[in-house]
Design a binder for this molecule. Structure first.
Ligand SMILES: C[S@@+](CC[C@H](N)C(=O)[O-])C[C@H]1O[C@@H](n2cnc3c(N)ncnc32)[C@H](O)[C@@H]1O
Length: 278
């Protein structure tokens, strides 16, 4: 879903005890999830598809007309700030997955070459209009992240904001991301995840079927675990409530867990005092 933004009719971030930290994500995607064994867990972190991609695409085609409108409050509640922080780090030839209505397009640093894909023709049409209106030179294509039409090792940066909550098989999509990013490249993700709090995890599991049917995203994904399962190495993760700003790289490019683990000592996420915000 969008950040509590992007199409994310996310409830405010309700995760208790998570004031927002910048963390090395290495080795600890998500602490053991007490709700993992709950029969009601709508989607496990193993990427097992529950909805078909056709269903997901149809929802986004349907909501594309209203997406920016219903997502606007989330944008104001911290979504825009998170996008900007992630986009500032983009470099080189860049692939944006799930470009949506193109809200990130005007926020890229100058000089980056952008290819954007989305599986929804409705969303992509709005992104094209936005790029045209803003005079942006971007290459926008209809494509599915689960089957990317690009060669191996072809991008310096692959970025996605609020996308792997929606992709039918997120691990398959992330494997494709791992394939097309260069060995020395970076994967930047902004995603909301299932709350670690047991009660809130249970609530999000039960809300997911309705939210996903109405708006698209599943609000109980375990994206940190999915990133790792796809063969990427998380080198840094900034956690704030249900929000994750993840930096990953192809595992083969890693020089070892020690380096990765030492690359980002935990520190307070001081400008993210909104542990209860988006
Ligand atoms: C919640 S929206 C986020 C849009 C945009 N990234 C943003 O931050 O506003 C999720 C987007 O992912 C797209 N999407 C879903 N499944 C996809 C797939 N398999 N491949 C590519 N895009 C996909 C949807 O069509 C939708 O545009």
């Amino acid at each position: 879903m969008g950040e509590p933004d992007a199409g994310h009719p996310e409830p405010a971030d309700l995760e208790a005890g998570d004031p927002g930290v910048v963390d090395s994500g290495v080795g600890h995607p998500e602490p053991a999830d007490p709700g993992a064994g709950d029969p009601g867990v709508a989607r496990p972190a193993d990427g097992a598809p529950g909805r078909s991609q056709e269903t997901v695409t149809a929802v986004y085609d349907r909501v594309s007309r209203f997406y920016d409108l219903y997502d606007a409050p989330m944008e104001v509640m911290g979504g825009r700030r998170r996008r900007e922080r992630l986009l500032n780090r983009v470099r080189g030839r860049t692939l944006e997955i799930g470009v949506g209505t193109g809200r990130n397009l005007g926020l890229y640093p100058p000089g980056v070459q952008i290819v954007g894909i989305d599986v929804s023709a409705g969303m992509l049409e709005r992104a094209r209009r936005r790029a045209r209106d803003q005079g942006l030179d971007v290459d926008l294509r209809l494509a599915d992240v689960q089957e990317l039409p690009f060669d191996d090792d072809s991008f310096d940066t692959v970025i996605a904001t609020c996308v792997f909550c929606s992709v039918a098989d997120p691990v398959a999509g992330l494997r494709e991301v791992a394939r097309v990013v260069r060995p020395d490249g970076q994967v930047l993700l902004l995603e909301h995840v299932r709350p670690r709090n047991r009660l809130m995890g249970w609530v999000f599991d039960r809300l997911t079927p309705l939210v996903s049917r109405l708006f698209g995203p599943e609000i109980n994904r375990r994206t940190e675990e999915n990133v790792t399962a796809a063969g990427l190495e998380i080198v840094d993760v900034r956690r704030s409530g249900i929000w994750r700003e993840i930096t990953a790289r192809p595992r083969s490019s890693a020089s070892g867990g020690d380096e990765a683990g030492g690359s980002a000592g935990a520190s307070d996420d001081s400008d993210d005092s909104d542990g209860a915000g988006t």
